[in-house]
Ligand binder design. Structure first.
Ligand code: RAM
Length: 551
């Protein structure tokens, strides 16, 4: 009896001791004192935004038109002087067209025309990136994301005359001003409508070769606008919605930036911010906010985005030769590799089921997509890119086991995922055929060059293939085509896909684009989609990096 009691007490003592040490391990910050320094470097690099005052180009009215994007087009209305000189009480509503997409602060003046102003004015303003946003009723709201993202505001102006400043930063080309309330004892007009546009893109990219095809020139210039608008104090995903830093968007924006505005400090700031805001165990968080003070969206872990952090760091180093930054952030990259390794099964395949449970595996906006093969491919790609980074930093000793792991995972991919008969990679138990699988296997370079070309050609002709849901995945498709030597196909795909948006009137490229479904929305309400979206800007990168293909 007594010995049992003693045994139990000893066991309890050791359990408490063990749990004390494991709690301590969890609480310990793997990046130690670096974190503070990373955040202060990020803060120092916060850019001053360039401000430009823009004015409306014309008054428009909206016309329902089946052949226009999402069923609406604008037509020129009365001259702007009508607004600035005549009674707004009579006019009641106006739609201003600024002629281009802007991100900034809208203001206008209200000036008395007759009588003494004896009461406030009430207006409703709606800002739209595309015409349908102004035309589509927002309520009853059917979307999944917050209704508050939609850019409508009701404002009360207490003093007339005065300048009305809308404090919320807006992303728009069109603004509708509607009068909701006014006094019968005085009249007024609207004057000096303007937008103070802001961006951290502060240089003029070089011009393309003069002989460049007209459509490619257009795609490049719209891509540049898209990127410029998303470049704020971080690379935002979209200046209308989300308005924050996501690793996947950062990766693509920083690529395009390296070949255009070359604001490398913005990339550096974002890399440090993400590192500084990672979890204590070294896991990156997929998205972070800047205000009221920098903080992560806790628990938002995207495995594919975490991996792309490493690729972004490598590309940053290649573009800048900033070894100091790359060295300082190397522990973060190394940690992501450890995470990857922890999911590799003895047979060389990623433990997809476990990864799916532990993480958000994004890859594309497409619920139907089986992500097993894409994850396998991206992991190999990340291992390779990180190993390259290690070599540049002379740290390959720290990744000694990686080259063998790459080999093992590549042959496992071939053995388990490649269907020789069809020349395509499949994914999951149901052997799904998708663009995503071919793309990531080609980028992982697990095939012979001939097999890579075959997979990409076959997927384009496959009637039932799961196609990309957003330009994000389309970027990697173009990349895979180029990597496998299908240059003409890459040019054709880029021109058709992004050219499709141009033909539909895009001023900036969109978050979601399916040529066959203009109303597609991952959030189940198309006006909440972002129509100036970071990950859509990458034609800039392709066109400028590969002039022999595109210019
Ligand atoms: C959305 C945004 C963003 C993307 C994430 C995964 O919220 O479109 O760009 O990175 O999803």
């Amino acid at each position: 009896m007594k010995t049992n009691y003693l045994k139990n007490s000893i066991a309890i003592f050791f359990t408490i001791l063990a749990s004390f040490y494991s709690t301590k391990a969890i609480c310990q910050d793997v990046y130690g004192s670096s974190r503070k320094q990373w955040l202060s470097i990020a803060e120092e690099l916060k850019p001053n935004l360039t401000k430009t005052v823009e004015t409306p180009q014309r008054i428009v009215s909206l016309v329902e038109d089946k052949s226009s994007f999402q069923g609406w087009k604008t037509v020129s209305g009365e001259p702007l002087t009508d607004l600035y000189e005549k009674s707004f009480k009579e006019k009641k509503t106006v739609i201003l067209d600024f002629g281009k997409h802007l991100t900034g602060y809208f203001s206008f003046k209200v000036t008395p025309l007759r009588g003494t102003p004896d009461a406030p004015l009430k207006f409703k303003l709606i800002f739209g990136e595309v015409p349908s946003e102004i035309a589509t009723p927002f309520d009853p709201y059917k979307g999944d994301l917050s209704r508050a993202w939609l850019q409508d505001e009701i404002i009360t102006v207490m003093d007339v005359p005065s300048t009305v400043n809308i404090s919320r930063r807006m992303a728009f080309r069109y603004v509708k001003i509607e009068l909701l309330g006014s006094s019968q004892y005085y009249d007024f007009k609207i004057e000096q409508a303007q937008c103070t546009a802001v961006t951290s893109a502060n240089s003029t990219p070089t011009a393309l070769n003069s002989s460049t095809d007209v459509m490619i020139k257009k795609i490049d210039s719209i891509g540049l606008n898209t990127l410029k608008e998303c470049m704020q104090t971080v690379y935002e995903d979209g200046p209308k919605r989300d308005r924050r830093l996501w690793i996947g968007d950062l990766y693509l924006e920083s690529l395009a930036n390296s070949y255009s505005f070359k604001n490398h400090d913005l990339t550096k700031r974002c890399l440090y911010l993400l590192a500084g805001l990672s979890d204590q165990n070294g896991y990156l968080v997929g998205t972070v906010f800047e205000t009221p003070e920098p903080h992560p969206q806790s628990g938002q872990h995207l495995l594919d985005y975490s991996f792309l952090y490493n690729v972004t760091l490598k590309e940053y180093l290649t573009a800048t030769n900033d070894y100091e930054t790359a060295k300082s952030l190397w522990p973060v990259a190394k940690k992501q590799i450890e995470i990857a390794q922890s999911y590799v099964l003895p047979n060389g395949m990623m433990d997809f089921e476990k990864a799916k449970k532990d993480w958000w595996l994004f890859f594309d906006w497409n619920e139907a997509l089986d992500r097993q093969t894409a994850l396998q491919g991206l992991t190999i790609y990340t291992l390779k890119q990180t190993y390259e980074l290690a070599k540049l930093l002379k740290k390959e000793d720290e990744l000694k086991e990686i080259p063998d792991l790459i080999k093992k995972m590549s042959s496992a991919s071939k053995a388990n995922l490649y269907d020789k008969k069809s020349g395509l990679f499949t994914s999951g138990d149901k052997k799904q055929i998708s663009y995503a699988s071919q793309i990531w296997m080609v980028l992982a370079n697990v095939t012979t060059p001939a097999e890579a070309q075959l997979a990409l050609k076959n997927i384009t002709n496959h009637k039932d293939a799961v196609i990309p849901g957003a330009p994000y995945l389309y970027h990697f498709f173009i990349s895979a085509l180029i990597e496998s030597g299908l240059k003409a196909e890459a040019r054709q795909a880029l021109t058709t896909y992004w050219g499709g948006m141009v033909a539909k009137g895009a001023d900036t490229f969109w978050e979601v684009y399916n040529p066959n479904d203009e109303y597609l929305s991952p959030y189940h309400f198309f006006p909440i989609n972002s129509y100036c979206h970071a990950w859509s800007c990458t034609p800039v990168y392709f066109i400028r990096k590969y002039p022999e293909i595109f210019q």
